[in-house]
Design a protein around this ligand. Sequence first.
Ligand code: MTE
Ligand code: MO
Length: 459
Amino acid sequence: MTTSQESRDEARVAPEPEYGFPRALWRGIGRIPVPPPAHPRTWRSPLRGTWLTSVFGAVLLVGLPIVILTGLMSFIAYGPQFGQAIPGDVGYLHLPFFDWPTNPSWFYRLTQGLHVVGGMVLTPIVLAKLWSVVPKLFAWPPVTSIAQLLERISLLALVGGILFEFVTGLMNSQYDYSWGFGFYTAHYYGAWVFIAGFVSHVALKFPTMLRSLRRGPHGTGAFDRWLHDSPATTEPEPMDSHGLAALAPNRPTLSRRGLLGMVGGGSLLVGVLSIGQTWDPLRPLAMLSPRGQSYGDGPNDFQINRTLGGSGIDPVALGDGWRLRMTGGSGEVSLSRQDLLGMPQHTATLPIACVEGWSVTRTWSGVRLRDLAALAGVPEPANAFVQSVETSGAFARATLQRTQVLHPDALLALRVGDDDGGPMADLAPDHGFPARVIVPALPGVHNTKWVASIDFRRA
Ligand SMILES: Nc1nc2c(c(=O)[nH]1)N[C@H]1C(S)=C(S)[C@@H](COP(=O)(O)O)O[C@H]1N2
Ligand SMILES: [Mo]
């Protein structure tokens, strides 16, 4: 240790904790010999401090609400009014039911892309923020007042909640289901625990964050200095009552600007490697996408959620004997693929956007759902229940709301083309041949493949 650092250490004094009621208790706990990780000299990064934590906090204060709101919107997009949001029965935690919009057609692509890519991009910042406050986990005495005890409980919801939501969400976007519980249910309830912690934390810390950002890393309000600091000239943040700045800081090996650049750069890199899974021009960069880059020939070369092989369907059931059965009117109407191809064909360019974050634009052609409803004898259905030839699995059926059936671009698709008007091809077996549902702004999961029947319901 150099002499200058020794003298700097001597100058740094931790402020006395301010004890609340019952004072004797908290002070008594504080007198118990400090366990090693709680020793104020254990945490020595010269960069930790209230200002640094406030910078990460400000970024998350903007970013996390976007991820939270788009996540809750996805729950509504699944159609809780039809009992098909997951989890189904959420008691007090149910969200308002409203018809999910069908315009613009890229709406779910946008909200779900923001949710998944946003969560990925924020991950380095969440980790950096947790790193910046880790000494607090070991602060001694652990509690100095009843108010602070309550705050620490809310931090349990905040930190536990965000770790749980990010880990389960990232694993889900990688199709990793190695946990022993249902993803949707856990992610939904976990979200509310996290939201409760997040709201209390913002309410408690917002003034501190603002004050600290205004004062800057040196408490002087000057920002220009940290921008030009090299490691050698980087000064630790001053000690304060928040207990983040180190009492005995090491010599800096990284400037403050270097640390922010590293975290921000990590975030940017994750973003660049992820955005391609939902933005066609950058598709080749989507290296964090779990499903590779090639899925078939021509226009059928796009992500496959569940393959025909994985569906357990006997391919014979999709051959010449396949019929679309429609009910709801006075009698059942049965159509072969030839019958469907003989009806007026409509073409629409629409995205398919999976809850797991990927999306892609294709041109689809087939029969309008509203034409099929009219043919079935229910031109004004209240909703429609679509059932796949597939029988297993939660995604083998879907209820479409009225506006999703009647939209002029809502299709029972038979053929697919690129998004740039190239030649069309029959749907590949893995993409739902002989016929699949495609509806504007509908979550991917409800674009049922290998459709067997549609029940148009009056009420
Ligand atoms: N019958 C059936 N249809 C289905 C599914 C399924 O598992 N079974 N998966 C859905 C999901 S989750 C998505 S995102 C889309 C993906 O369509 P694609 O595999 O053609 O890209 O299909 C939907 N249709
Ligand atoms: Mo999906």
